[in-house]
Structure formats: C-alpha cells, structure tokens
Design a protein around this ligand. Structure first.
Ligand SMILES: [Zn+2]
Length: 271
C-alpha cells in the first residue's frame, strides 16, 4: 500500500510539473489529494463500467435518436457556458448520454460525464425543470463533490489503483458499485442547488428550475429514488432556498426561446 501511495504522490507531482493552470487540471484538492485530471480518469473508469452493462444502463443510441441528442447537448452546452462552471476544457460535459429507463434520476461522474434517464425527462414539464436538475448534477462534478466523496467512502488505495490503471476487474466493479451508492453531504447538496441557480442565471432558463422538480416530487408523495432526495435537507427547505436565491438575483422567469424542438417535442422524440 505504501508503494502505491508513493507512486500516487509521484503521479501528482508529475502532473504538477506538467501544468500549472486550473483548466489543465493540476489543482490538487487539499481534502482528497486528487487532481481534476484524476477526476477524469475516475470518470472514464465509471463510464467503461456503465458501457459494459447495457442491461442495467441501456444507453439510448445517438445515431438512432439524433434529434433527442441534439436537444440535450444544446441544453448542456447552454448551462456549461456559465462562467461559474469549472474545468470546461478538461471535463467531458459535452458527452451527455441518455439512459432509456423509467427512472427519475440523472447523475454526473467525476470529470463531468453526465447521464440523464428518459424517465426523468418525461416526468418533467418544462425545459427549465430539466435544466435545473442538469445544473445540479453539473455542479457535483464541477465542485468535485463526487471525487471527494468517492475518496472518503472508498479510500484512496482503491482510487489510486484505478487511476494508475492497476485495478483488477473486481476492483473496477467495486469502484462502480461504490459510485452508484455514493452519498453526498448536506453541504454538497445545498451547494449544488445554489450553483444550479447561479449557472442558470447566465442562461435564458428560469434559475429555479430545480425547485419545480422538488415541488412536483413532494406534491406527488415521492420520497426516495433520485439522488437529489437522498440526503438530509428536506425538499421543502431546498425549494425555499432555491427560490430565494433565484429571487435574490432576479432570474426566476424563463425567457428561453427554443430554436429547434420544444420540450414536449423532445419528450415525444424519445422511445
Ligand atoms: Zn445532488
């Protein structure tokens, strides 16, 4: 283990020497000892596990559903254009994927690979609602909550083996299982909610789209499932916080003009 840690430190030292700007991924998170470039390596490993498991993660074919992908890519790039989204040149935000399953969820891996379920898209009523949820997920990657929690919950030994390409198949599976069971802290959730509002304030979407989603879920008595509801802050207090932040910066109205498909057409274009 000591050797692995030494090798890991060496990797960090090398990446520090090679680059010195945040965008190039050299900034080490003091808490985790991981660099943003390490986040991308972890994300790529999670992506490989997802792609190897089409039964549990049936990814919608991009070639069969080009319009749906154009819509979600357009929405993602709108949000990521915000100045407050970090590591744009390093993280893989543009590679957003749709998973064809009736699940009310979306998630982002470390390094910004984003996944959104058709179940969630169809459940929501407007583009603002989905943009709000996407903003929340992008913030977990951009603020590096995922890699930080992976380190805490799985340990640096496993992650360093994954990063160095030395993990066995069972360790990779263990890492992916851990990723899908990842718990964010109350602070992570509050921060991602707040960043969702901030990102959307740089777009034409209503900034409190994430609040609408919580309101719909709670009004229908849904209390579990999506990662957004998995932690302590009650949905009601989160709705209040999101709305009040959006009011503070005066951006709770949608002015989005959809040039291609509208949100209903997007939903109808899905299988
Ligand atoms: Zn979250």
């Amino acid at each position: 283990m000591k050797a692995i840690l030494q090798l890991f430190s060496l990797t960090i030292a090398i990446s520090l020497v090679l680059s010195c700007s945040e965008e190039s991924g050299s900034v080490i998170d003091q808490l985790t000892g991981l660099t943003p470039a390490n986040d991308v390596q972890l994300g790529l490993s999670v992506v490989a596990q997802i792609e190897a498991d089409p039964v549990n993660y049936p990814i919608l074919s991009e070639s069969e559903y080009p319009e749906a992908y154009a819509y979600i890519q357009d929405m993602t790039s709108n949000i990521v254009s915000s100045n407050d989204v970090r590591f744009k040149d390093l993280f893989h935000y543009s590679e957003v994927k749709i998973i064809d399953a009736d699940v009310l969820n979306a998630f982002a891996t470390p390094g910004g690979f984003i996944y959104v379920y058709t179940g969630l898209i169809k459940y929501l009523d407007t583009a603002d609602d989905l943009a709000g949820v996407m903003g929340h997920e992008i913030a977990h990657a951009s603020e590096r909550h995922s890699s930080s929690q992976m380190k805490k919950q799985m340990g640096i030994t496993l992650l360093s083996q994954v990063i160095l390409g030395e993990a066995s198949a069972s360790q990779l599976a263990q890492m992916a299982t851990g990723f899908f069971a990842l718990k964010f802290s109350r602070n992570d959730e509050a921060e991602s909610d707040e960043y969702s509002v901030i990102y959307l304030s740089d777009t034409d979407y209503a900034c409190n789209g994430a609040a609408t989603f919580f309101e719909k879920l709670t009004s229908e008595g849904q209390s579990s499932g999506p990662e957004f509801l998995s932690t302590h802050p009650s949905p009601a207090s989160r709705v209040e916080d999101i709305n009040s932040k959006a009011n503070d910066i005066n951006c709770n109205t949608s002015t989005i003009v959809e040039s291609g498909m509208n949100y209903d057409q997007f939903k109808a274009s899905l299988p």
